[in-house]
Design a protein around this ligand. Structure first.
Ligand code: PEP
Ligand code: MG
Length: 312
């Protein structure tokens, strides 16, 4: 019965009692955006731009970048598209950006931190996005990865708004989640990256198979931080999305909605199961599940507590 429900689900994202929750796709380039357009998604919640340039030895020109962003915007004409600026460094080094030799690259110059030494790279990317937006008549949202402070968020938002675009940041560093209200005051929206938020909250490398228990996004400490961010978003009336792997887990997606998250972005193949599950539960059930997981002390107990409210 469950498989049939998943196969039949065609969107949009909505709870059983009719509360809309946008279900969006994570994409990496024009081709993956075009194929995501065949999935039952309402837009793109995360375009990881660095993935389009992993094999590049030289910096892509503004013209070349403009073509890439146009491709992605054309695939989702008239729909929501969230473009993330380069998240280079650590597990995703880019050949055309000089990465310093670091003992701990995950804690080093990665993501938006390259802007300090290479502001021209961020400016070129934002120029290309702004041009692609004008040429396609679309209004993409633009967000920065690896933001730790409200000052970083304000600086990035300034550059984005100068170009007439909507500005946001990823919340994937615990400091940013703890001060989410201050960060949200500087931007139009945030998107929680649960992969890195879990890694940095638990001090456990996201690539480590041995630490899988710690890198589980059902860790109650991670969920407590997400709750704080969602509360701040509700207070300031600004969207709070999730674009990490947590949004691909149907039960966890319902918990996120219960915590106050307003959109879910995942690999396109994962979205039907998420949408189908959400369509079977009410917002009250999601909220009860969210309250219950916040009382637990382990991923196992959190999953069990959520299931009590979400499964019939
Ligand atoms: C995340 O950290 O959860 C995220 C969505 O970004 P990435 O996986 O690209 O680091
Ligand atoms: Mg990340």
């Amino acid at each position: 019965a469950e498989a049939a429900l998943v196969a039949a689900w065609s969107g949009p994202g909505r709870t059983a009692d009719g509360v809309d929750v946008a279900i969006l796709a994570n994409v990496a380039d024009g081709a993956s955006a075009r194929s995501a357009a065949d999935a039952p998604v309402e837009g793109i919640g995360l375009f990881r731009t660095e993935l389009a340039f992993l094999d590049r030895g030289d910096e892509p020109s503004v013209d070349e970048q403009t073509r890439l962003y146009r491709d992605v915007l054309d695939a989702f004409d008239g729909q929501k598209v969230v473009i993330r600026t380069l998240d280079a460094g650590s597990d995703k080094p880019l050949a055309f950006i000089e990465h310093p030799d670091e003992a701990n690259p995950a804690l080093g110059v990665r993501g938006n931190r390259i802007a300090a030494d290479h502001p021209e790279i961020v400016r070129g990317q934002l120029d290309a996005i702004a041009r692609a937006a004008t040429e396609t008549g679309s209004r993409p949202w633009v967000m920065a990865p690896m933001i730790a402070t409200a000052a970083e968020a304000a600086q990035f938002a300034g550059m984005v708004r100068e170009r007439g675009l909507t500005a946001g940041v990823m919340i994937e560093i615990p400091a940013a989640a703890i001060l989410a209200r201050a960060i949200l005051a500087e931007v139009d929206f945030v998107s929680i990256g649960t992969n890195d938020l879990t890694q940095y909250t638990m001090a456990a490398d996201r690539m480590s198979a041995e630490l899988a228990e710690l890198t589980d996004p059902w860790q109650p400490a991670v969920l407590a931080l997400i709750a704080q961010v969602a509360d701040a978003g509700a207070e300031l009336n600004k969207p709070v999305g999730v674009c990490g792997e947590a949004a691909a887990d149907p039960a966890l997606a319902c918990v996120l909605v219960g915590l106050g998250v307003t959109s879910l972005s995942a690999a396109p193949a994962a979205t039907p199961a998420v949408g189908a599950k959400l369509s079977t539960v009410t917002l009250d059930q999601c909220r009860a599940a969210a309250a219950a997981v916040l009382q637990t002390t382990s991923p196992t107990l959190a999953r069990r507590a959520a299931a009590e409210h979400l499964d019939d």
